[in-house]
Design a protein around this ligand. Structure first.
Ligand SMILES: NC(=O)c1ccc[n+]([C@@H]2O[C@H](COP(=O)([O-])OP(=O)(O)OC[C@H]3O[C@@H](n4cnc5c(N)ncnc54)[C@H](OP(=O)(O)O)[C@@H]3O)[C@@H](O)[C@H]2O)c1
Length: 366
């Protein structure tokens, strides 16, 4: 063996050892830590996960009521809703998330993002909200009686909406709105296909696309065909009987919430200048999960004429306000499949995780 090949072999061994150590470290899951034993002066009930795992690791514990900082609101939560995001945070999968969510165990033991509730107190620099306001938005730890949230991710709840309905909106509504209007540049009269139309994001997407003046084709399973028709879909395709990528129709835009076809198949049913937008997929791979499909879309986009886009929803107040207007005027109405009390949060996450909820799964907090 020459000196060069000895050095190269040594470097290769070091790289393999480093990659293996990183893989072991990133995929390591620690045992659940204990709950705190001191009783807080101002207690509340909250869902907590002190380790990564299935919904079985989620417990209801008594924690201290949060204290809002200068730019935050203290919200008394009336309802929340479950998103695939909560499952990712609970399970710590894909592992790629763990450098930010916590190696081995979650850095943030709380769960839940979407909420609707009443403002209980405001930080000293908050001017837009006051105690008693009925609001909805996003914060951390929404599966709880109280949460603190930045005032920039909250808007007033339209009076015609119940708290349950408002809690169904934030992540799913923003994803639908931004996927169609911003990423997809959907214009009136265009043909859009929504793959995954019967789920949380999909039921908002059908209605937002109609509100933007599009002709909507909704792809869903047999059990949700009537539902998507009832919220405005012009055409429906049952994916258990037919593969839409083999049909002759072409679409200006495909909003993909299932990611269950190859990119080449989606491109075949796009117009030559059409746009494909993927927000997520149904794969539950431990290592990369939906990140692989999103990444692949971005790479292929560099080499083809049609526009291919992968995106993560941007949490912002302006778009929450746009959704509030659409809800107020009745252009959009949240579709709620099931409601679970906070105490049954594990069952709520388990049901959402099936990937076949018809609309949103709401968690009610008394
Ligand atoms: N990028 C972002 O910022 C962002 C934000 C929110 C959500 N997401 C992602 O978007 C996706 C949808 O979210 P969601 O809240 O709507 O979840 P969801 O309510 O669980 O919906 C999942 C959808 O996938 C469809 N589906 C499941 N199995 C299928 C199959 N074998 N073939 C075709 N379709 C299938 C379901 O259709 P049926 O009900 O008809 O079976 C349903 O419409 C998830 O992957 C989520 O992670 C991304």
């Amino acid at each position: 063996m020459t000196t060069t090949s000895k050095v190269l072999s040594g470097v290769l061994v070091v790289i393999v050892l480093a990659a293996t150590s990183l893989a072991v470290a990133i995929s390591h899951t620690s045992a659940c830590g204990p709950a705190p034993t001191l009783a807080p002066a101002q207690p509340m009930r909250a869902a907590v996960h002190r380790c990564y795992g299935s919904p079985d690791v989620v417990r209801i514990e008594t924690l201290a009521k949060p204290i809002p900082s200068d730019h935050e609101l203290l919200i008394r939560v009336h309802a929340s809703s479950v998103n695939p995001y909560d499952w990712h945070m609970m399970s710590g999968e894909p592992y790629l998330l763990r450098p930010s969510s916590g190696w081995g165990a979650p850095l943030d033991v709380s769960l839940g993002k979407d909420f609707a509730g009443t403002v209980e107190a405001v930080g000293k620099l908050v001017t837009r909200f006051k105690p008693g306001d009925e609001v909805f938005g996003l914060g951390s730890g929404a599966f709880a009686q109280y949460l603190r949230s930045p005032d920039s991710t909250v808007v007033m709840k339209p009076a015609n909406l119940t708290f349950d309905e408002a809690a169904a909106v934030p992540i799913a509504g923003l994803t639908a709105l931004q996927g169609l209007r911003d990423q997809g540049q959907l214009r009136s009269g265009q043909k859009v296909l929504i793959n995954g139309a019967g789920g949380g994001v999909g039921t908002f997407a059908v209605q937002v696309a109609k509100a933007l003046g599009a002709e909507v084709t909704a792809v869903t399973n047999s059990g949700s065909l009537e539902l998507v028709r009832s919220i405005g879909a012009d055409h429906v395709i049952d994916y258990t009987h037919e593969d839409f990528t083999l049909r002759p129709e072409k679409y200006n835009l495909i909003l993909d919430l299932a990611g269950n076809h190859p990119l080449s198949a989606y491109r075949r049913v796009l117009t030559p200048d059409g746009t494909y937008v993927i927000a997520g997929d149904i794969s539950k791979g431990s290592w990369t999960g939906p990140v692989a499909s999103l990444g692949k879309t971005l790479v292929v986009a560099k080499f083809v004429k049609q526009k291919l886009v992968a995106f993560i929803a941007d949490i912002n107040q302006a778009d929450l306000a746009t959704l509030a207007d659409m809800l107020q005027t009745g252009k959009v109405k949240p579709v709620i499949d099931r409601r679970y009390p906070l105490e049954q949060i594990a069952a709520a996450i388990r049901y959402q995780e099936t990937g076949h909820a018809r609309g949103k799964v709401v968690v009610t907090v008394d």
